[in-house]
Design a protein around this ligand. Sequence first.
Ligand code: NAD
Length: 468
Amino acid sequence: MSEFSMTVGGERLAGSGSFEVVDPATGKPFASAPEAGREDLDRAMDAAASAFPAWRRDEAGRRAALRGAASRLREALPDLAPLLTREQGKPLARAREEIVGCIAWFEYAAAQEIPVEVLRDDAEARIEVRHPPMGVVAAITPWNYPLLLAVWKVAPALRAGNTVVLKPSPFTPLTTLALGDLLRNVFPPGVLNVVSGGDELGAWMTSHPVPRKISFTGSVATGVRVAGSAARDLKRLTLELGGNDAAIVLPDAEPGRVARDLFGGAFANSGQVCSAIKRLFVHESRYDEMVEALAGLARGVRMGPGLEPDVELGPVNNLPQLERVEALVEDARAAGARIVCGGRRREGEGYFYEPTIVADAACGMRLVDEEQFGPALPVLRYRDPEEALARANDTPFGLSGSVWSADPDRAAELAGRLECGTAWVNQHLVILPFTPFGGHKHSGVGVENGLPGLLGFTESQTLHIRKA
Ligand code: NAD
């Protein structure tokens, strides 16, 4: 039996089995989570469908409950943060930041307005465009930011008047289950349901007849399966998928000034961020200087179990991901790239991989062409910024990217031609509740956050009122 329970129809639910959750800092199981069977999922979907009619009508109640969710999270932060560190691996300070982000997202959603656009209003007629909710939303999340990415879905979905069935990744189910527990009395029964289980539970959700919308964050390969499943009954979709972000450093950017921010953009959360810098393009005139600056930072970073004080980088979250990063670095080494630092696991327990700077990296190497999603950064040399831009765009991914320069206007001109959903100048990884975020090309469908993110949880209804 697990000490964690699912939340279905406002009640605790134990599920039909359980599975172990591993602490990536030790590589050993430290807790177990309930495993939902098909009947458990049916109960969650039925509860969400039953709660929908009253919830969609109670606009004031929705705002108040979202504010209530923010304050429950604020109270729970000291207990929740260490649990997030244990299951995900990130340093405790970063786990706290993730929960602070969740609070900000709930508060933002509580304050958001759902617009009514008036197209005509005269003596004869009034025509408005409204945004009613869709019904039940199936929300599916990955393991890198388990709580924040859940709240990116739950807060706007509920604000718009939908009800939700939420499923976390099997690698990091615990804080999401705890969230369901914490909010059990904040939302009316059935409004927010949390179920846990393996990947097949996600597939059951996307093929289930009840949800009208799937909001999914995860890999491109799974996103394609989700889209196929949703197509059968034309469920609405938002897909936030993988990225292979390029950062282009122009020759006028001083390595000494920008290296630290570039390092942070690549190695935050040990590189396990969808929109981390995954390919770094540096002009040949500053190439060696930049590689050395980055390697110096990598060598000096404090890596260790996230619960230890002053740790800056935690482990990779899970063994398959660690093996993947290792394989991509080995492939680059074999293809002639230079491993300037790192390039190996840390000895001892846990899934630690040393922060790795790979110089002389080139297109055609898997580390460059694929999404590594871990602490290894390929640095590519270029001659002409236009050539760097063409190489940056030569990928099926299109999540985000950045350009770095002493001249922000020049950088912005180039950044505007990056084929991606978010482009930054002299920064990377800045995502705020009001800034729409989503991917071009294979990196996704639709956006989250801001007004477009909220409207993604609504239908459009044009209302014609004849007055005379
Ligand atoms: P994943 O695709 O393996 O799993 C994501 C979720 O989907 C998990 O909850 C999993 O159980 C579930 N799932 C698996 N198979 C399913 C199926 N057939 N149907 C429905 N659900 C299914 O991804 P991951 O390894 O957990 O996460 C890493 C990936 O997520 C990376 O590619 C990363 O870039 C991406 N990501 C994207 C964003 C974004 O906002 N664009 C944010 C974070 C992570």
